[in-house]
Design a protein around this ligand. Structure first.
Ligand code: FES
Ligand code: FES
Length: 156
C-alpha cells in the first residue's frame, strides 16, 4: 500500500508517496519533478543518482522512499542560492569538468558532502571520496581540479 509522508527537500516541506519498490530517486524525479539526480545503473554502482540525506551522500536509486520520512534531502537543484551558482557549480563550469554532464549532479553532491565534512581536502582524499562516482566521458582530472578550486586549494 502506498502512503503519504513528509520530507524536507531543499529546505521546503513536501509530501511524498512511499511504498514497496518506490525509491528516493523515483520520488525526486517522478513525484517532485526534480530531475537533476540521474538514473544510471540503478544498482548503486555509478553515483549518478547521489543526493544528500541529512547531509550525507546517498545513492537515491537504492534508498527506499520511506527511509527519508521526516528527514532533510538535498539535491543538485538546491545548491544555487538566489540565482547564484554554488562554488562547486562555478568551479565545474570554470574547469569544464564535464562533457555530456550526465554524471555531474552526482559528482557535485558527493563533493558537497565531502567539503562539508572536510573543507580543505587533500587531492588524495578527493579522489578517494569520488572513487565510487563514474564518469563515462573520462573527465576525472578536471573534476578533481574543480573540487580543489571550490575548496580553495587548487589553481584558479
Ligand atoms: S543510478 Fe544510483 S548508483 Fe547508479
Ligand atoms: S560528463 Fe559524461 S558521464 Fe561524466
Amino acid at each position: 500500500m502506498n502512503n503519504p509522508v513528509s520530507v524536507v527537500v531543499n529546505g521546503a516541506k513536501r509530501s511524498i508517496v512511499v511504498g514497496q519498490g518506490i525509491t528516493l530517486l523515483d520520488v525526486l524525479r517522478d513525484q517532485l519533478d526534480l530531475t537533476g539526480a540521474k538514473y544510471g545503473c540503478g544498482e548503486g554502482q555509478c553515483g549518478a543518482c547521489t543526493v544528500l540525506v541529512e547531509g550525507k551522500a546517498v545513492r537515491s536509486c537504492l534508498a527506499a522512499a520511506e527511509s527519508v520520512a521526516g528527514k532533510k534531502v538535498e539535491t543538485v537543484e538546491g545548491l544555487e542560492r538566489e540565482g547564484r551558482l554554488h562554488p562547486l557549480q562555478a568551479a565545474f563550469l570554470e574547469k569544464s569538468a564535464f562533457q555530456c554532464g550526465y554524471c555531474t549532479p552526482g559528482f557535485l553532491m558527493a563533493a558537497e558532502a565531502l567539503l562539508r565534512r572536510v573543507p580543505k581536502p587533500a587531492e588524495a582524499e578527493i579522489r578517494r571520496e569520488l572513487n565510487g562516482n563514474i564518469c563515462r566521458c573520462g573527465t576525472y582530472p578536471r573534476i578533481v581540479e574543480a573540487v580543489r578550486m571550490a575548496a580553495g586549494v587548487g589553481k584558479r
